[in-house]
Design a protein around this ligand. Sequence first.
Ligand code: ATP
Ligand code: MG
Length: 570
Amino acid sequence: MRYSQYFIPTVKETPSDAEVVSHKLMLRAGMIRKLAAGIYNYLPLGLRSIRKVEQIVREEMNRAGAIELLMPSVQPAELWQESKRWEQYGKELLRFKDRKDAEFCLGPTHEEVITDLVRREVKSYRQMPLNLYQVQSKFRDEIRPRFGLMRGREFIMKDAYSFDVSSEAADISYDKMYQAYRRIFQRCGLRFRAVEADTGSIGGSSSHEFMVLADSGEDAIVSCTACEYAANVEKAEARLFPPEHAEPRELEKVETPQKRSVEEVTAFLGIPASSLVKTLLCVADGEPVAALVRGDHDLNEIKLKHLLGCEELEMASEEVVERVTGAPVGFAGPVGLKIKIVADLVVQGMKNFVTGGNARDLHFKNVNIGRDFTPALIADIRNVVHGDPCPRCEAGHLEMWRGIEVGHVFKLGTKYSESLRATFLDADGKEQVIFMGCYGIGISRTVAACIEQNHDADGIIFPIPIAPFHCIISAVSTKDAEVMAACDELYRALTAVGVEVLFDDRDERPGSKFKDADLIGIPLRIVVGSKNLAEGKVELKYRKSGEVSLLTLAEAVETVKGLVVAALNQ
Ligand code: ATP
Ligand code: MG
């Protein structure tokens, strides 16, 4: 591709409405342009990367035995009413009516449509296992569309759905997808982790998220230093700490004027945060609940929600706190509290700790479980922290990472097949419900996540497998016929061996060509200038390391080919 004939509208200035690096760089590199909030045009360069990811995804899905189809993005309301999600999904579901007043939505996901198709077409155990997938635009009317392709309203997803005769057979389908996802992100050249994830509101029994590691990631994840355990912090299990051995001391009231936060109280009393227990008041389906966690730990609302089995859990308002504790916010404590108390496992092992005193400017010292209050429930309700012992092995501890969720695999069980009555006849002619799994990859988000992980001050640093082009040839002087002839020769030789080349033939200063090449992140650059060419040489520069080598034309072709082939076969 000749740069001069292509469409790469790069921009020098950082766009003011972009917050994260990938959004800024994709705009600057001319990969995307905004049409409306969370809705983007994919320009040629951006589309090339998207197509690369799609291609890898298709190859691995096909290899795993999944079959491609394409479902409409417009979906009738009736199906969503049948699955009960028409009411449950809320405002993210974009709904509209046709001219006959029939209700429709734009598909945020396709469980209903695929289950409807399968219930009509699959009647016998002989037709399974079946795994159907598509690459399709999804629409989710996100409250805060932001970060460019990272959280769009319209975005491209690969979604697959598996259908099996039993839970055991569904486990095998799930495992195939899990392995395919590992290969997909490995082949994309990304550093990632597959982590255990909360199953959330979709329901279902188990799930893994695939997280691209990047400091800017919205998700906190942990992995063990010694074994394979890795989980989203939302889900990561905390192991029981050994209990403290100390004699209970006498309960004591202390004045703590204006000291409300953990930092203020512990500084004032001269104790570490780990000697204090904070009392967090929540409201679970309308009922106030007190959650106790150690001062330096955070409450995990998802764990608490599962424990209480409630539909809705929120932090209590000031009014509720004052009504329940009789004190302003900042002085809540378990002693004398009349509502349900849930204590974290770690709190169970603590002795002589500090808590709020349920009165203005008052705390208690030497509080002890059993003597001073009795929790209704003691369970793991905190977020794990860096250094926690691994819940699965004896040898390792947990390390924290930030991640961007690019893929999600999910055992659905019979949730949709039951509500939509997707059944089959087993070998004995008995009617059974189909077991399902669903598997999503954010194709457009994967490109953005790749940039979050791979960039520097000058721009994007694409890994070869999903770079829009593998190699860029920069002609230093377009006026020099020999230079242009050498570029043409390189272009032809590289293209012939399967290398995708962008030939920067523009009549621009070399400096600005190099800036653009760095910005758009092409992994390999061949610079052809008259001085080196007089010696029969060209410069090969690696975008990632900045390393430069002087090579003959033939050597340059061989080296680039070797690097590309190796990267595409990893
Ligand atoms: P998130 O928690 O980030 O909102 P999700 O859990 O709702 O995502 P899934 O329903 O699991 O997303 O969708 C499958 C995949 O689609 C996700 O792993 C993610 O890569 C991608 N995805 C989801 N929402 C968006 C979005 N708004 N923009 C771009 N990609 C998205
Ligand atoms: Mg998800």
